[in-house]
Design a binder for this molecule. Structure first.
Ligand code: CP
Length: 345
């Protein structure tokens, strides 16, 4: 089979794939899509896009873990761009491995013949990397076990920029399991626009994940003031608090169809409530990749600090920007990340 020659840098597998140049480009694209959305909502017609001779692209989602935002968000973004999406994993949940008798090689080669871009979420850390090596198509890692979730990090940075302005001028706190994939990609991505201050809020008696430690060392080398705290109250003087549960291990490795794992209860020091925010007279913007668990009390929802649903809304123009860029074949120019996820500590 004749395979198109995609440049290296075709895939978004890790925050390492993104350079400052790429970040500026993707912010510009996302801002344009956001302006278009605002213009349309204001009833001002958009410039017509010439559609004749333009074949819609097909985006394939291959998810072996639950997802609401990432799967539907990319499908919505594809539709907004005039493209289509197919779900390569919905009808037969066992197919992305080899459990039903079809090898991953045959599965990926089949799906790539139907589509133009692959989006992979898996409980297995190496799955997006395997798919990337098997396919000539661009691949997005939509979350792989306890490794990374780079598109979520791009969304988080875009949301911060839209709601609080230049990231370099801000103090940012992250309260999370240091092994959580969203947290690792977030801390890594911040190197491209290092904040004034970065505070990690984590359990006192659990070692910090090496990938998180490395990302914090990089930030410190870039001049960011780094702190460590063990209670969310100590983050409420920051501009931003990006928060999720302190133990995400069950979620990171839960395959689709496994037992429900949403009954976990966060401990008091790592739970943010309206009472804590009001007592601190804090204007910290609260972000959360969602789904939320008990770390983010619903009492926060009516406060001006609650940024998490605006974050969801802003994810659509960002996902449009990611798809647009990758479907145009524009390579990611950060450090190459096609070899595989980091070895476990
Ligand atoms: N933020 C995020 O990854 O959400 P989903 O699990 O719903 O995709």
């Amino acid at each position: 089979m004749q395979r198109p020659n995609y440049p290296s840098g075709k895939d978004l597998l890790s925050a390492d794939a993104v350079s400052r140049f790429d970040l500026d480009d993707i912010f510009e694209r996302a801002e344009r899509h956001l302006r278009d959305e605002q213009q349309e909502k204001a009833g001002i017609p958009l410039e017509p896009v010439p559609t004749h001779r333009r074949r819609p692209k097909v985006i394939a989602t291959l998810f072996d873990q639950r997802s609401t935002r990432t799967r539907l968000g990319f499908q919505a973004a594809a539709a907004r761009l005039g493209h289509q999406s197919i779900d390569a994993y919905d009808t037969d949940r066992g197919r992305m491995g080899s459990s039903t008798g079809e090898s991953i090689e045959d599965h990926i080669h089949t799906v790539e013949l139907y589509s133009d871009l692959l989006i992979v979420r898996s409980h297995l850390e190496d799955m997006p990397y395997r798919v990337s090596r098997l396919s000539y198509l661009p691949v997005i890692n939509a979350g792989n076990g306890a490794d990374e979730h780079p598109s979520q990090a791009l969304i988080d940075l875009f949301a911060i920029r839209q709601m609080r302005g230049a990231i370099e001028k801000l103090s940012i706190a992250l309260s999370s399991d240091t092994r959580a994939r969203f947290a690792i990609s977030f801390a890594k991505m911040l190197r491209l626009t290092p904040p004034k201050r970065f505070t990690l809020c984590c359990l006192p008696d659990v070692p910090i994940n090496p990938a998180m430690r490395e990302a914090m060392t990089v930030l410190a080398g870039l001049g960011t003031e780094i702190s460590l705290v063990h209670d969310v109250r100590h983050t409420l003087d920051h501009d931003i608090l990006n928060i999720q549960m302190q133990d995400m291990s069950k979620f990171a490795h839960a395959a689709l169809g496994s037992e429900a794992v949403d009954k976990e209860k966060e401990t008091e020091p790592f739970t943010i409530t309206a009472q804590k925010i009001l007592e601190a007279r804090s204007d910290t913007l609260i972000l959360n990749p969602l789904p939320r668990f008990s770390e983010l009390d619903t009492s926060c929802d009516s406060l001006p600090n609650a940024g998490y649903f605006r974050q969801v809304q802003l994810s659509v123009p960002m996902r449009m920007a990611i798809l647009e860029r990758m479907l145009l074949g524009i390579p990611w120019t950060g450090q190459a990340a096609a070899s595989g996820p980091p070895a476990p500590p």
